[in-house]
Write a protein that binds this ligand. Structure first.
Ligand SMILES: *Cc1c(COP(=O)(O)O)cnc(C)c1O
Length: 433
């Protein structure tokens, strides 16, 4: 199986976190997002323990909560000693409502409005990751108005191609995010931050991209080379010492059996050694290092269950199985062509003779969950499971076709409970006047 939390029980039913998925489908209805709470905590500890050992105090991980944002996830992050990254007033409000200690949050985004900045400051967000000089000025203005100094990191683009999908590569020079080092613009960005008294500059941030399978650590090492050299040059010229280097997120997860495993602790250890050597060579202090894992915290903790409806065979062409959800709860195949593993939860022991495009119920031909899936004898009423849906599914879900969003059911210690209830038709109508 693609993750240890997936199995098959004596009845031949698919299990997730040790629980029978057919039973869960009956209890909660479909479509439903399941989340394995122990797996989320396990993934957090992979980072927190390895970072504590390899980097020491002051370094740490911020969960990139855009991967899955709802109140309970912020409670888990607080309990696991993780910071969080927030990218909108909605995420800030959700974290605050969950009682998350907001001083451990960072506010990201390439276009924070004045209202966003004011709101984030009033909610006590710990650190702003500034994306441009004009944004620095806007942060400074709000901080001055409140008579305080706001901690900031500067988002820089190191000019690295992480060899991932175009849509999730973010560290290239021509990215919409951050200020480029290569063009010389990053130096002016630092100068502006140092000259604004309402700002306390902590250091620099970069994020090379997502779904990085970096077995030799080369992508992060390349980013470290460029960021550390930049920090050294700035220190020599302006005397500013980088206290924090935020190296971003993005280790890859296994969506299919053919995806490789990433040994996260080994990668973190190798990166720590690489950074120490760089610091020594450049004659600068080893910074505190922050990481921003999103997907690798929650993706393999998630599974979506659907009920199959229409099964359609077009002889000589292709076959379809339609399910009771679709791009409204998982737009990732439609957006990026993302691979997923689809299983027939009640037919785990049966051989598949045919292949099917598993498609959603939305009025859109692009509404595909996954094409060309081998499924044994699909029938109306079968439960189909899509694995590894914990990241960027619920958080990217929409009400397209006025379809209510599914609930999130947490699985923990053989128990289950609802963390986000199913949207109702009344919810859908609640904003209409
Ligand atoms: C999305 C994002 C991450 C997390 O990426 P994953 O692939 O989910 O780990 C980290 N940092 C920033 C700035 C991001 O935008």
């Amino acid at each position: 199986m693609i993750c240890e939390n997936i199995g098959v029980n004596d009845a031949g039913h698919l299990t997730f976190a040790g629980q029978d998925t057919l039973f869960l489908a009956r209890q909660y209805g479909t479509p439903v997002y399941l989340m394995d709470e122990e797996r989320i905590r396990y993934n957090c500890r992979l980072y927190t323990q390895a970072i504590a050992e390899a980097f020491g105090p002051g370094s740490g991980a911020h969960y990139a909560s855009k991967a899955a944002s709802f109140k309970h996830i912020y409670r888990i992050m607080a309990q696991e000693g993780m910071g969080v990254d927030l990218v909108s007033p909605g995420e800030i409000a959700t974290a605050a409502a969950a009682g998350f200690p907001m001083e451990h949050s960072c506010f990201h985004g390439n276009n924070k409005t004045d209202w966003d900045i004011a709101y984030a400051m009033d909610m006590g967000v710990g650190c702003f990751v500034a994306d441009s000089i004009t944004e620095l000025e806007a942060i400074h203005a709000q901080a001055s108005k409140r008579g305080r100094r706001q901690k900031v990191l500067l988002r820089l683009t190191p000019g690295i191609d992480p060899h991932t999908y175009e849509a999730v590569a973010t560290g290239k020079v021509d990215s919409k995010f951050g200020v480029a080092i290569e063009t010389g613009q990053a130096e002016g960005f630092v100068k502006a931050a140092l000259e604004l008294p309402g700002l306390e500059l902590l250091g620099y941030h970069c994020h090379v991209g997502s779904q990085v399978f970096d077995s030799e650590g080369s992508v992060y090492h390349d980013a470290a080379d460029i960021m550390m050299a930049f920090a050294g040059a700035i220190q020599a010229k302006y005397g500013f010492r980088m206290e924090v280097l935020d190296i971003g997120g993005g280790y890859g997860v296994r969506y299919t059996e053919s995806d490789p495993y990433v040994d996260i602790p080994a990668n973190l250890n190798a990166l720590a050694a690489h950074l120490r050597a760089l610091a020594q060579k450049l004659g600068i202090a080893m910074p505190k290092v922050w990481f921003e894992p999103g997907r690798s915290i929650v993706a393999d903790a998630g599974m979506t269950l659907y009920t199959a409806g229409t099964v359609k065979r077009i002889p000589g062409y292709k076959n379809y199985v339609s399910v009771d959800g679709g791009m409204s709860d998982n737009p990732r195949f439609a957006l990026y062509g993302s691979a997923y593993t689809v299983l027939s939860a009640g037919r785990m022991g049966q051989q598949a003779q045919e292949r099917f495009d598993v498609v959603g119920r939305c009025c859109e031909s692009g509404d595909v969950i996954q094409p060309d899936v081998a499924l044994p004898q699909p029938q109306r009423g079968d439960i189909l499971a899509v694995c590894t849906t914990g990241a960027y599914n619920y958080s990217m879900a929409s009400n397209y076709n006025r379809i209510p969003r599914p609930p999130i059911v947490m699985l923990s210690g053989g128990e289950s409970y609802v963390a986000v209830r199913r949207e109702t038709l009344e919810d859908l109508l609640s904003c209409d006047v």
